[in-house]
Write a protein that binds this ligand. Sequence first.
Ligand SMILES: Nc1ncnc2c1ncn2[C@@H]1O[C@H](COP(=O)(O)OP(=O)(O)OP(=O)(O)O)[C@@H](O)[C@H]1O
Ligand SMILES: [Mg+2]
Length: 238
Amino acid sequence: MSKQLLTAYELVGGYGKIDILHGVSLSVGVGEIVSVIGPNGAGKSTAFKTIVGFLRPRSGRVVFNGEEITGIRPDVVIQRGLAYVPQGRPVFPQMTVLENLEMGAYTVGEPARVAKALERAYELFPILFERRRQKAGTMSGGEQQMLAIGRALMTAPRLILLDEPSLGLAPKFVTLIFDKLMEMKRAGYTLMLVEQNAARALAIADRAYALELGRNRFEGPGTALLADPEVKRLYLGG
Ligand SMILES: Nc1ncnc2c1ncn2[C@@H]1O[C@H](COP(=O)(O)OP(=O)(O)OP(=O)(O)O)[C@@H](O)[C@H]1O
Ligand SMILES: [Mg+2]
């Protein structure tokens, strides 16, 4: 088994006094794609927000790259190499593609490292180079998602968490985004994603988890979950 890069142990927590997570555990090894599936409201986004530090867990621990990051502020967590692309592909619509990418590197500072990161983002997403002077808000949903991912790459992260990267995209962009995730894996990135497109998310996953009502329900290799009759019935529409 590969070295664990992220381990979230038994996370309990949610919003204010209301617990949404009742003991969620997730782990990601170096070089893996890990997919998290589950019905609406299962706590998938809440789990990611808790890992990244937007929410403080009531109990449980998060260890990233050998260090405990439980309860640490998101900006500090990002500086340690954990990038996060929230649900809804947020970009700054009035800013150009290039400005959006540069915003992603505001913690980096050193111009040579920013230039290198920009080069890597453009290599993975040539469309962002072509559109670098265009206002982000005028691009299609799929292009905005690529920009949101490209921006996350600007810190040269060890691990990228992606919440619903294909949500609401036209079919050709859904295919493109999943192809890009595979390409990122081949380029050496480590990814954990939440996806409502469960079949595709399982197909590209080295390992996967299904969450339900704030708890782990299934876990295993992506292909094993894809073939599991119970998983099929519950999450893959029969
Ligand atoms: N900011 C918030 N304040 C209070 N409750 C919230 C907040 N965000 C989410 N919730 C609640 O937490 C529960 C889990 O939401 P979460 O967004 O984690 O689910 P999810 O698995 O990501 O679902 P989806 O597939 O719809 O994105 C839901 O019942 C939701 O209403
Ligand atoms: Mg969600």
